[in-house]
Design a protein around this ligand. Structure first.
Ligand code: CS2
Length: 492
């Protein structure tokens, strides 16, 4: 058997005719965007829209992809000239597109100085981020900068060799200011409510701790448009690599698996300019908040609930959970009765169609989106996905039984032992504390009491709300008694 060649610029012509590829001259692309956190999501989403812009003839928006931790992405993509394959998968079949918008790759811990040099280049007009919730170095409940965070402490003491996204951003703004270059626009693409505002808050606070004048400059001059991003992107597996090589005839060390759906709603505030993303399906609006709340509460809130309950019930993927008795109905009633009434109005928007489309996306049989993957970092996700929705329900005297079941399932999950007595690999920045608090709490009363006191997750208000505490205890008691599979069929 001959070995399959590796994807690269010179091998693009080997691709079968039905695989889309960059038809533009990649050597003419100039870097206009530095992206912090070049993971799978960015490569399935913003980088795809930007590839279309480059293909339309505007070569000013190449992306320099920066990893803030490991060199894995650079190691996979550099030998491929930054090229990678996006496989769009559904029950109706798969399609493949090679993306060419990543013009360069860097690994920040290896060389923070070159990252800062790149960010300080006047041709860079946007710094975008997908660094996940924990990358904001804030307290999840309050979203205020965690000034005791080890990376923040480090970056305040060592501004020229930062570790955190915040440290890089503030130092780069300061350098641009010193050389008289206009600031870049900061574009958060993470699943946080008011993500631009949140980024502004942590960045200006960090700057204020360095230099109050720099903080005022940022407040006055730097734009932080908020965005709603949406595309389901399961982690790539070995089987995905093989499937891609077979379909495209070339080896790709890190192809991206995703769904046909893709949505990006962005506040149109880019004083230093932006790509014409609107030509390729991006919606520009004045205020993104209503879209963001809708997506976070309906999609991500349901996702996390399905992930914790589904994992406990022994299901590997979201589509498996959706097939199991009770779960589809549970999610539908949670969306209709508990989440929808908390959402701000979006005139002209068909919420019913949106919700049924969401459930269809969750059922996509071709995407193997692991419940374990979504269950990660629950301490950072719970506030905006479930707890803020519950706060709204309490305020408006709405039911929140299913949302409380989602919270209870998270509590059961973070004990680190599943329903069969096997260990769960709980990934969470607060995993050690969660484990310690949950240890030996074998009834609902004790487990809720042990976890609910974590005010960085629950705030001060929820632990004092009797209705909330009692409902979570009742749901957790059911889960512990009957197991997740049976509870899901009972609660509809
Ligand atoms: C998921 C999201 O892993 C998770 O927590 O809920 O990554 C989700 O797939 C995306 O937000 C979809 O846009």
């Amino acid at each position: 058997m001959t070995e399959t060649a590796r994807l690269s610029n010179t091998k693009l012509s080997h691709l079968p005719g039905d695989v889309e590829r960059p038809e533009y001259d990649r050597f003419q692309t100039k870097i206009g965007i530095v992206h912090l956190g070049i993971g799978a999501f960015h490569r399935a989403h913003q980088a795809v829209y930007t590839d279309s812009v480059l293909a339309s003839g505007d070569n000013n928006w190449g992306i320099l992809g920066v990893s803030l931790r490991s060199g894995d992405t650079r190691d996979a993509l550099e030998p491929q000239d930054g090229l990678y394959t996006v496989a769009t998968r559904s029950g109706d079949g798969d399609s493949f597109r090679v993306i060419g918008s990543i013009s360069g790759l860097m690994v920040a811990p290896e060389n923070p100085t070159s990252v800062l040099d790149a960010m300080s280049d006047a041709a860079v007009r946007i710094v975008s981020l997908t660094v996940t919730e924990k990358g904001y170095c804030y307290s999840p409940a309050s979203t205020a900068l965690d000034e005791a965070h080890p990376d923040i402490v480090h970056d305040l003491a060592n501004p020229a060799t930062p570790k955190s996204a915040i440290g890089f951003i503030v130092e780069a703004i300061s350098r641009r200011r010193a050389k008289g270059a206009d600031p870049f626009t900061l574009l958060s693409c993470d699943n946080l409510p008011a993500n631009g505002e949140t980024l502004r808050r942590v960045v200006t606070r960090f700057a204020a701790l360095r230099d109050s004048e720099l903080a005022s400059y940022i407040s006055e001059k730097v734009a932080f448009p908020s965005t709603m991003v949406d595309r389901i992107v399961p982690a790539t597996t070995e089987a995905d690599r093989e499937m891609t090589a077979e379909a495209t005839g070339l080896t790709d060390a890190w192809p991206i698996m995703t769904e046909p759906f893709s949505q990006w709603v962005v506040e149109d505030h880019f004083p230093s300019g932006r790509p014409a993303w609107e030509k390729f399906g991006v919606t520009f609006v004045k205020d993104v908040d209503a879209f963001e709340l809708m997506k976070l509460r309906l999609l991500n809130g349901s996702h996390s609930t399905l992930a914790y309950l589904g994992y406990l019930a022994g299901h590997e993927t979201v589509s498996d959970v959706m097939k199991a008795p009770g779960f589809g109905a549970l999610i539908e009633s949670m969306m209709d009765e508990e989440i929808s009434p908390t959402l701000p109005p979006l005139p002209g928007f068909d919420l019913t169609a949106y919700k049924s489309q969401l459930r269809k996306r969750f059922r996509n049989p071709a995407l193997r989106h692991r419940t374990w993957q979504i269950a990660m970092d629950g301490s950072q996700k719970l506030p905006q996905r479930l707890l803020n929705t519950i706060r709204k329900c309490i305020e408006s005297e709405l039911p929140f039984d299913r949302l409380a079941l989602g919270v209870a399932a998270w509590m059961r999950y973070v004990t680190g032992i599943d329903e069969k007595g096997n260990e769960i690999d709980v990934r969470d920045p607060l995993a050690a504390e969660l484990k310690k608090r949950a240890a030996n709490k074998d009834n609902a009363e004790e487990l809720v009491t042990a976890l609910i006191g974590m005010d960085q997750i629950f705030g001060r208000d929820l632990p004092e709300n009797e209705a909330f505490v009692q409902l979570v205890k009742a749901q957790l008691a059911k889960l512990m008694r009957f197991g997740a599979a049976k509870t899901a069929t009972q609660i509809v």
